[in-house]
Design a binder for this molecule. Structure first.
Ligand code: PLP
Length: 352
């Protein structure tokens, strides 16, 4: 068996959920889109089923997978439907669709609902990606709340810069949103993970936590309040000692400055490890910090072995407990979200 393993610690997931819900103070959606940020949506939903107030996914396909697995909690469709016909399935499976534009609204009102639907109505408070402009929001809200087919409207918006607390933008978006919903009934949902951590004035009724649920701080660096859920590890399956001045890997991009013990490990960019991670990106070998040497290949990469105790069979942590995924993301010029979502071909081992 190729020894690349994604250990998924479901107890960490549960603990993070409880921590985030307590920090937020209201109800909390566990965001499971993109296969639970690469962790496995069904297993994560099952692990949280007795704790979570609800789940959120991007689209109906993801919600149906959860329903088929027996998940009965509310599930919010964060992007709403992509075609009007999906409302029949939304109705049948009692999903909670986001409505973020006029055609989604009209199609929802035109659908003949068997069960009155809970709608998450999205405002564009400044991010300018999706949602009704503030001046169009109240009419949309009224159209929904006047319909006997609508059980409830949750007022929501999304922040562009919540992970950059020094910027004013979150406070500005909050002010725009608060003004536009001042006279409108319904629960409010505005906070992603970063807002839960960094913006206590932007919590309200429903939080929506994704990245922090998986144990990663959206503010960068490590945060001991959150326990890393995924630990990605592999093993050294080749070793060699090279004299000074010898290249390693594609492009001969790294040249040994001195006599070097190099270990070959089973993990590459086809597994989702970022190819842009260069020499120096941290790894941990048998629990000791070390570094990557040269370029990441498709199926393999080379790491620096520290001493004669390390060699074939040594365990290498790519990220998890010793190596924080935010360090790897920084070294690769990306964000932990992308690294987690990209993990594939690894053997997933779930630990309760
Ligand atoms: C993905 C998503 C979230 C979760 O964001 P995190 O930064 O991972 O906490 C919250 N709200 C919406 C609308 C999203 O699309």
């Amino acid at each position: 068996m190729r020894p690349l393993i994604a250990h998924i610690r479901l107890n960490h997931l549960r603990q993070n959920y409880q921590t985030l819900k307590a920090m937020h103070g209201g109800k909390m959606l566990a965001v499971l889109k993109a296969n639970a940020y690469g962790h496995g949506a069904v297993r994560c939903a099952q692990a949280l089923a007795d704790l979570a107030d609800g789940f959120a996914v991007a689209a109906i396909e993801e919600a149906l997978t959860l329903r088929e697995a027996g998940i009965t909690q509310p599930i919010v469709l964060l992007e709403g439907v992509f075609e009007a016909a999906e409302y029949a399935l939304v109705d049948q499976h009692r999903l909670w669709p986001v409505v973020q534009n006029a055609w989604q609204l009209e199609a929802l009102l035109a659908h003949c609902w068997q069960h009155p639907v809970t709608v998450w109505l999205k405002m564009d408070s400044g991010m300018h990606r999706a949602g009704f402009f503030p001046h169009d929001y109240a009419p949309a809200h009224q159209a929904l709340s006047q319909s006997p087919q609508v059980a409830a409207v949750v007022n929501m918006t999304h922040f562009a810069c919540a992970d950059e607390p020094h910027k004013n933008m979150t406070a500005e978006q909050m002010a725009v949103f608060d003004l536009a919903v001042a006279d409108l009934p319904g629960d409010i949902s505005v906070a992603n993970s970063a807002a839960i951590l960094a913006h206590p004035n932007a919590h309200r009724h429903w939080g929506r936590t994704g990245i922090a649920l998986y144990g990663v701080s959206p503010l960068g660096g490590a945060d001991s309040r959150f326990l890393p859920v995924m630990r990605l590890s592999s093993k050294v399956f080749g070793e060699r000692v090279l004299p000074p001045g010898e290249p390693i890997g594609y492009g001969a991009a790294f040249v040994t400055p001195q006599s070097t013990r190099a270990g070959l490990i089973a993990c590459g960019y086809a597994d989702g490890y970022p190819r842009h991670a260069g020499t120096g990106t941290p790894v941990a070998i048998d629990g000791e910090r070390s570094r990557l040497l040269g370029r990441v290949s498709m199926d393999m990469m080379t790491v620096q072995l520290a001493d004669h105790h390390q060699g074939i069979g040594s365990e290498v942590e790519l990220w998890g407990d010793v190596i924080h995924i935010n360090e790897v993301a920084a070294a690769a010029g990306t964000i932990a979200y992308e690294l987690l979502c990209n993990v594939k071909r690894a053997h997933f081992v779930y630990e309760e």
